[in-house]
Ligand binder design. Sequence first.
Ligand code: NAG
Ligand code: NAG
Ligand code: NAG
Ligand code: NAG
Ligand code: NAG
Ligand code: NAG
Length: 426
Amino acid sequence: MWFSTVSKAFLGLSILSGVTLAAQLSRALTTTALSVNGRFIVDTSGQRVKLRCLNWAGADKTKIPEGLQYQPVDATALWIFENGFNCVRLTYSMDMALDPTQTVHAAWVQAAGSTAYLPELMDTFSTAVGKNPWLQNASTLEAYGAVISALGDHNVMVIMDNHNSHASWCCSLDDGNGWWDTDAVYNSTNSRYFNTARWLAGLQFMANFSLSHPNVVGISLRNEIRRGEDQDVDGTHAAWWDNIPVAAATVHAGNPDALIMIGGVDYFNDFSFLKTKPLNRSEFDNKVVYEYHTYSWGSDAFGDAYVTSSTQTNCTPFNTYLDEKVGYLLEEGKPYTGPVWMGEFGWSQVPQNDTTEEVYKTCLIEWMSNNDMDWSLWALQGSYYFRTKEVDMDETFGILNHNWTNFRYPGFLNKIGKMWITNINV
Ligand SMILES: *[C@@H]1O[C@H](CO)[C@@H](O)[C@H](O)[C@H]1NC(C)=O
Ligand SMILES: *[C@@H]1O[C@H](CO)[C@@H](O)[C@H](O)[C@H]1NC(C)=O
Ligand SMILES: *[C@@H]1O[C@H](CO)[C@@H](O)[C@H](O)[C@H]1NC(C)=O
Ligand SMILES: *[C@@H]1O[C@H](CO)[C@@H](O)[C@H](O)[C@H]1NC(C)=O
Ligand SMILES: *[C@@H]1O[C@H](CO)[C@@H](O)[C@H](O)[C@H]1NC(C)=O
Ligand SMILES: *[C@@H]1O[C@H](CO)[C@@H](O)[C@H](O)[C@H]1NC(C)=O
């Protein structure tokens, strides 16, 4: 039954095979651009396309999408398609975008640095080359492009996500990637890597890069914007208003066909501020999609996040919180109306004895089903090459098992139930 709802817009694409890098880079799919009609994403014929995506991480120090040491890229792309997901949110760092000719090999040597991890990490590189021979001499951007092409071969759409500036695990208030360095308050702890000019240059470069990858249907501007304690203290989000429209215009100029994914503040937990001051989208030709993230722990450092509780007996409090923070944007006919894409959410795929997480899961699935949301689960990857000083780190939130062979938790598709279904068509 999962196959029956695969977007009609993409059924017409031919499925191609072959995994040589040159072939992947030169392949041109003919896809249709998406745009926005009220609160829905639609194709060029006006039919609704519901995004059911998986996050595929690629913004850590190793600078390329994860998992290539476990599977040929084509096998993972096929797995995604066969299980009915129609898109991937593929993350990258500005360190990658602005140094696109660095070889993967060099990036990995750099990632390990002078640490004891070097032999172990380079063994992983050799394993990855064994599974994906084209990686041998590839640059990091070529590897990113090869993953996009493999997804395109299997009719899977891609949203390119700038996850951070400095390639690393994301996100905290001291990783230096959180907030524009050009804000009136410069806080090095939170902004030391977030060079605004380099960010815009990277977006421009990647938007242009996406032109040669027709299955890239969207570009998100920056992951989980977050202010330091001394930044944006008046709560007007002035730096957001200064920078987001400029970035959106940059992306739109670079690839006028791409959707533009825009998130709010506080790790994308807060989009309430558009209610009284809508974003003027008139120059973006019905391309803007709102992006929101939520996890069971909440992540708003300023204390107003809703955290689900094990003593909750119904979903009303959590769902009301979501309505106020972002759900109101789905109401038709308002100056702010637009699609909301739940660009990150997720839970441990290993069943936990954690009632709080159960409440979060149940209530979020209910809310997203009732709202017929577009979404992207965190995460596809069952493991990381090298995350926070650990080689081959396990990802318990990964829908794939550690070795990327199949579901970590076989009941996943049943668990999400109605979230899958397109109830409303336009
Ligand atoms: C990588 O480059 C080396 C040296 O130029 C060459 O001998 C080798 O065939 C290349 N490998 C692949 C897989 O392209
Ligand atoms: C866009 O990319 C093409 C190569 O694909 C390059 O020739 C062109 O200069 C780039 N344009 C910009 C504005 O970067
Ligand atoms: C900068 O932001 C961090 C993270 O919010 C905070 O801990 C720190 O106190 C801030 N620095 C100053 C000087 O306020
Ligand atoms: C939105 O921007 C356009 C183009 O810059 C402008 O003409 C229009 O007046 C703006 N709309 C509002 C409501 O400010
Ligand atoms: C789950 O946690 C509850 C409360 O802490 C405990 O009583 C129960 O035995 C646990 N169940 C399992 C399967 O671990
Ligand atoms: C998974 O990969 C590890 C190497 O990282 C290997 O030791 C293990 O045997 C693999 N497990 C399966 C089921 O293939």
